[in-house]
Design a protein around this ligand. Structure first.
Ligand code: ZN
Ligand code: ZN
Length: 375
């Protein structure tokens, strides 16, 4: 079938993207789902910083690539061997397909699936195939999803079935922002009731971490960002304190208001300076969690003696250390119960044709989550 999709051909075009148009809206050929694959009619796809990192070259991927990795839609057809999904099922798409058989999968850590990571790096589905083409030239898949498109063929393992009454424009957010941000708090850091927390970087993932920290019962949630607007937004979601990261004494401010540093500090910004600030704001015996994705050539400088003499922990968190089949339904249930107000993160709805303007807004920090909505 023919599908309209947002395709990145050239990495690193200069902003503003409204003028340079790194994403071209093109008609692609989409093959039928192969064995173990599913055809999904995409209904909503969120704009995430990880898409922007591919566009600006800070997270290089093979081109041409159809972008978009945070999405929800409706199953339209299933390939051979798919017996547990059928046409009409609503699904959230997850951006690491997990094979279920490799070492990390067997250890209960599907977010680290080895064949999944390999396929994502190569721009293929889990099967190793590409189902997208432009005039017979293969087009790479973004993280097995490629959801800035009317339809997508994905691995069965990229789908989590959800109840059909959850609005799909909200469901999309559970695939990346919520899974990553809330998961960093409850899975990676395992924040306990009464702990103090700081969140550095208040994009969709960081604000999801604020929601997660509130859910987990943190007594203090210090919001940290360069934007006073974002700090005010975080306060509405449950942050108890705010520190502007531009202040030269930002780390001292956090240490002061938390009585010597927070129990857990999260870097959600993807910049080394943000991770260093999070580490500097962490208390003795505390944990610093990073879910940001700095450029591959970035290096961190810290005094290892602090890890020993202060029993400090530095942990990475990928997709919130998620087990998607467990966590997506959990977070959806918490949303329904009013305890995880993910709807507050959705600030813009846009058409696929306006996606470059959307990435300008994301780049400038305007709004929180923008979702491309398909009819
Ligand atoms: Zn994302
Ligand atoms: Zn695996």
């Amino acid at each position: 079938m023919r599908v309209k999709a947002a395709v990145l051909r050239q990495i690193g075009l200069p902003p503003p993207y409204a003028a340079s148009k790194p994403l071209e809206i093109a008609e692609l050929d989409l093959s039928s789902p192969g064995r173990g694959e599913v055809l999904v009619g995409i209904k909503a796809a969120g704009l995430c910083h990880s898409d922007l990192s591919v566009i600006d070259g800070s997270r290089p991927r093979p081109t041409p690539m159809a972008l978009g990795h945070e999405a929800a839609g409706i199953v339209e057809a299933v390939g051979e061997g798919v017996t547990d999904l059928e046409a009409g099922d609503h699904v959230v798409l997850v951006f690491v397909p997990s094979c279920g058989r490799c070492g990390p999968c067997a250890a209960g850590r599907p977010a680290l699936c080895e064949p999944g990571a390999k396929a994502n790096g190569a721009g293929t589905l889990l099967s190793g195939e590409r189902r997208l083409a432009f005039h017979a030239e293969p087009v790479n898949h973004h993280l097995g999803v490629s959801a800035f498109a009317e339809h997508a063929v994905v691995a069965r393992e990229s789908c989590v079935k959800i109840d059909p009454d959850l609005p799909l424009e909200l469901a999309a957010l559970f695939g990346c922002a919520v899974l990553t941000g809330v998961g960093a708090v409850v899975n990676t850091a395992k924040v306990e009731p009464g702990q103090s927390v700081a969140v550095v970087g208040l994009g969709g993932v960081g604000l999801s971490a604020v929601l997660g920290a509130k859910l987990a019962g943190a007594r203090q949630i210090v919001a940290v960002d360069l934007s006073d607007e974002k700090l005010a937004f975080a306060a509405k979601l449950g942050a108890t304190d705010a520190v502007n990261a531009a202040a030269p004494d930002a780390a001292d401010q956090i240490r002061r208001i938390s009585g010597g540093g927070v129990d857990v500090a999260f870097d959600m910004a993807g910049a080394v300076a943000a991770l260093e600030l999070a580490y500097a704001a962490t208390a003795r015996g505390g944990t610093t969690v990073t879910a940001g994705l700095p450029r591959p050539d970035s290096r961190l400088s810290l005094a290892p003696v602090t890890m020993v003499a202060e029993e400090r922990t530095l942990k990475g968190s990928y997709i919130g250390s998620a087990i998607p089949l467990r966590d997506v339904p959990r977070y959806v249930a918490l949303f329904r119960a009013g305890r995880l107000p993910v709807d507050k993160l959705l600030t813009h709805r846009l058409k696929l044709d306006d996606i470059n303007e959307g990435f300008d807004r994301l780049r400038e920090g305007i709004g929180v989550r923008q979702v491309v909505v398909f009819e």
